[in-house]
Design a protein around this ligand. Structure first.
Ligand SMILES: Cc1cc2nc3c(=O)[nH]c(=O)nc-3n(C[C@H](O)[C@H](O)[C@H](O)COP(=O)(O)OP(=O)(O)OC[C@H]3O[C@@H](n4cnc5c(N)ncnc54)[C@H](O)[C@@H]3O)c2cc1C
Length: 110
């Protein structure tokens, strides 16, 4: 089923998520407050590397809200962001990812 999905943030994670969702046949709108990828994904030297207390990104749905998160990739988001995009697309499509998603639950700090 084709779903209209809004992805907020056009960094490596957002762009990767949008690509995977589009490949699945969904209608995707990619929003950014500035030019695409002008956050951590294009910093040349200084810059934020958002890191949760347990160094593990928050990937998954918040409850049954229909809102999915994919952030907190700290120093390795350029390497791991594309996989996050695929995982989010799989979750939205109701597929079972090939890794245990529990450690990444966005609800673990609630
Ligand atoms: C100097 C530096 C070097 C790095 N080197 C490496 C490396 O060698 N290897 C590696 O794997 N990783 C590296 N990283 C880490 C990697 O860059 C980040 O983990 C990754 O880019 C994070 O991607 P992201 O998509 O989550 O966030 P971002 O790239 O920051 O994208 C978030 C996007 O969301 C947008 N946004 C924010 N708020 C809003 C809003 N309210 N509304 C709409 N849009 C919004 C921003 O404009 C931005 O475009 C480095 C980071 C830095 C800073």
């Amino acid at each position: 089923m084709t779903v209209r999905i809004v992805v907020i943030g056009a960094g490596i994670c957002g762009v990767s998520t949008a690509i995977w969702l589009q490949r699945s046949g969904h209608e995707v709108i990619l929003l950014d407050k500035g030019d695409p990828g002008m956050g951590a994904s294009v910093q040349e030297w200084m810059g934020f590397r958002p890191t949760p207390p347990d160094n593990t990104p928050l990937i998954g749905q918040i409850g049954t809200s229909g809102i999915y998160t994919g952030f907190g990739h700290q120093h390795i988001g350029l390497s791991t962001g594309p996989k996050t995009g695929r995982l989010i697309a799989q979750l939205i499509d109701g597929e079972t990812p090939n890794i245990d998603m529990m450690p990444y639950s966005p609800e673990r700090f609630v």
